[in-house]
Design a protein around this ligand. Structure first.
Ligand SMILES: CC(C)(COP(=O)(O)OP(=O)(O)OC[C@H]1O[C@@H](n2cnc3c(N)ncnc32)[C@H](O)[C@@H]1OP(=O)(O)O)[C@@H](O)C(=O)NCCC(=O)NCCS
Length: 161
């Protein structure tokens, strides 16, 4: 699968908002300042969307969503890898995220669970951490000094620190 990420255009915003809403993910701050979103596609069309909020060298990975009819065949992995590549291009050193239902998915891609209280202040003050996501959400981080994805790892991304 050859995935290409392009900055979200205005025409894609309703599609992103609709997929996020259907998945129960926040949509209220999509147009707020400081957010970047990408449309990720392959030769067959849309794979999904993903977004970043940069706070210094830390980034909040957010709004990762795949259309229901493309799930379960690597689209989510491709979306995350594409957004991680964009994060590296932006010079970010770590990514953080909150999720209620997809912690296992992100762990397979090399993210590690961490305490919500361990996030740096910029991330902690983001709308997602400060209020949009429920307190029970899992918090995960990815160190971008590591190569992307579980290249040499089995299930769970074993082999990463
Ligand atoms: C989570 C989501 C992006 C996954 O997309 P997908 O295309 O189904 O994922 P992939 O097919 O690339 O899955 C990659 C791996 O993660 C696993 N996986 C997928 N969803 C998972 C989940 N919810 N929990 C645990 N593991 C999951 C897959 O089995 C696969 O494992 P493998 O490495 O053994 O093959 C998609 O289900 C989605 O859009 N959900 C709604 C939005 C959401 O919850 N986003 C995350 C919070 S921002």
């Amino acid at each position: 699968m050859t995935a290409t990420a392009t900055p979200l255009g205005d025409g894609d915003r309703p599609s992103l908002a609709g997929l996020l809403a259907a998945a129960g993910l926040p949509t209220g701050d999509l147009t707020a300042a400081g957010r970047r979103f990408w449309r990720v596609a392959d030769e067959y069309g849309l794979l999904g969307y993903g977004g970043l909020e940069a706070h210094g060298r830390d980034g909040l990975l957010r709004s990762v969503v795949v259309p229901p009819d493309r799930r379960g065949r690597g689209a989510g992995r491709a979306v995350v890898m594409a957004v991680v590549a964009e994060a590296r291009r932006l010079g970010l050193g770590r990514l953080w995220l909150l999720t209620t239902g997809a912690a296992g998915f992100f762990e397979r891609l090399g993210f590690r669970r961490t305490e919500r209280l361990s996030v740096p202040p910029g991330i902690a003050s983001s709308a997602q951490f400060a209020g949009l996501c429920p307190d029970g959400a899992a918090c995960l981080r990815l160190d971008l000094a590591l190569p992307p994805g579980p290249a040499t790892a089995g299930p769970g991304g074993a082999g990463r620190p």
